[in-house]
Design a protein around this ligand. Structure first.
Ligand code: ZN
Length: 397
């Protein structure tokens, strides 16, 4: 069997991945340091700044409080928050978010623009890069605002807020997968895969796998990236098979079919145990946050005097950061096991071992995957087994 990469290609791949490995090792420490700096030094001055800004805005735009239409908005927010003062809370959260974004901006530009271009992996122009970044930042700011008003607002007014918030959100999480097909459209154009042999073969394959779907679409990701990609979005009546335009161009029909067969393997996974576990974990997390908010109020940390004071936000973020980092190795191990099973399933479905191998090899070459990333990185929480391992497994009957 020919080697996956020539030694020059392998050297290039290592040079491309090396900075990412350094970042993966250093970033948790940076985040830890940042959290400590925020909590130890910055909470009070940032909060004062947020209060002063909110007061200045109030002086300037205060008449909106009594103007006919905007009045309804203000009184709704006052009711949600339990009193006026939500403006300073939202600004506090946004200030911290903005400061963090600015701090990370140089590294992010270097990693996701400069490095990607240096190794020919990106089709971003400065304008499209800035636009995608802007959209992402806006969505994150809106989500943060909703979290502040929703979680803190509720915690201020309702004693068992963690149940009142946790149960509906947990239920929402159970059905959220149905919204999946629409989320990607925020970023890329999707068009139906034209009628023809590829569509016919995918339809036949799905019939064989007994998987219903609504459409096969081609997602135009080549405007930003040169990587191949395929995935299933949604479930049941909303299930959509998504191929990106790069995979349709770079891979043969047999190979695309192998990729679709792998994705079909994920459909048959037992999803409910995982979903129920994460829903329960969310309620438990909110309960824990509630305990933390009460502790902060009792002890008067950062001048906090009541449950649901926004100044506890960095502490809550820190808790979430810790749990995510501690949970990632377990989540990664479970995910890698699911990927192995999807490989086995896909192989059984098409019965075409050679096409499956070519699909993995082409994906590895086009996406410049490191066939053997450092072991610690895999254990830290990589979602897929290394491509070298997946290929080697193909050869063991
Ligand atoms: Zn997979």
């Amino acid at each position: 069997m020919e080697p996956l990469f020539t030694s020059e290609q392998l050297a290039e791949i290592h040079a491309y991945h090396q900075p990412h490995y350094v970042r993966a090792a250093v970033d948790p420490l940076v985040q830890l340091g940042l959290a400590v700096l925020l909590m130890a030094v910055l909470v009070r001055p940032v909060y004062r700044g947020a209060c002063a800004t909110a007061a200045a805005l109030e002086r300037r735009f205060g008449l909106l409080r009594t103007a006919p239409v905007s009045r309804a908005f203000f009184s709704a927010m006052d009711r949600l928050w339990g009193e006026p003062g939500w403006g300073a809370a939202i600004l506090f959260a946004l200030f911290i978010d903005l400061a963090t974004q600015l701090l990370y901006a140089p590294a992010n530009v270097w990693f996701y623009y400069v490095l990607e271009h240096r190794y020919g992996m990106s089709n971003f122009t400065p304008v499209t890069f800035a636009w995608v970044w802007f959209k992402g930042t806006l969505v994150a700011a809106l989500a943060l605002t909703a979290l502040v008003v929703g979680m803190y607002g509720l915690a201020r007014r309702v004693r068992r807020w963690w149940l009142v918030l946790g149960v509906p959100v947990a239920l929402l999480m159970l059905v959220a997968a149905a919204v999946d097909p629409y989320r990607a459209r925020l970023y890329y154009d999707q068009t139906p895969l034209p009628e023809g042999p590829l569509r016919e073969r995918i339809t036949a394959l799905m019939r064989k796998a007994d998987i219903s779907f609504s459409d096969v679409v081609v997602e135009k990701t080549s405007v930003t990236s040169k990587r191949v990609q395929a995935y299933f979005a949604g479930q049941g009546p909303t299930r959509t098979i998504v191929l990106n335009d790069v995979i349709v161009k770079e891979l043969s029909e047999d190979e695309v079919l192998a990729a679709v067969a792998h994705e079909a393997g994920h459909v048959h996974e037992a999803r409910w145990p995982g979903r129920i576990a994460s829903s329960l974990a969310l309620v438990a997390l909110l309960f824990f946050i509630d305990q933390l908010l009460r502790l902060a109020a009792r002890r008067g940390w950062w001048g906090v005097q009541r449950v649901g004071d926004i100044r506890t936000l960095p502490l809550v973020s820190f808790l979430v950061f810790l749990l995510m980092n501690l949970g990632a190795p377990v989540a990664g191990a479970l995910s890698r096991e699911r990927e192995r099973e999807a490989d086995r399933y896909g192989l059984r479905l098409t019965g075409d071992r050679e096409a499956f191998r070519r699909m993995l090899v082409k994906a590895a070459r086009v996406n410049k995957m490191d066939p053997e990333p450092p072991r610690w990185l895999v254990l830290k929480g990589m979602s897929h087994p290394p491509i070298g391992e997946r290929l080697a497994t193909l050869d063991t009957p």
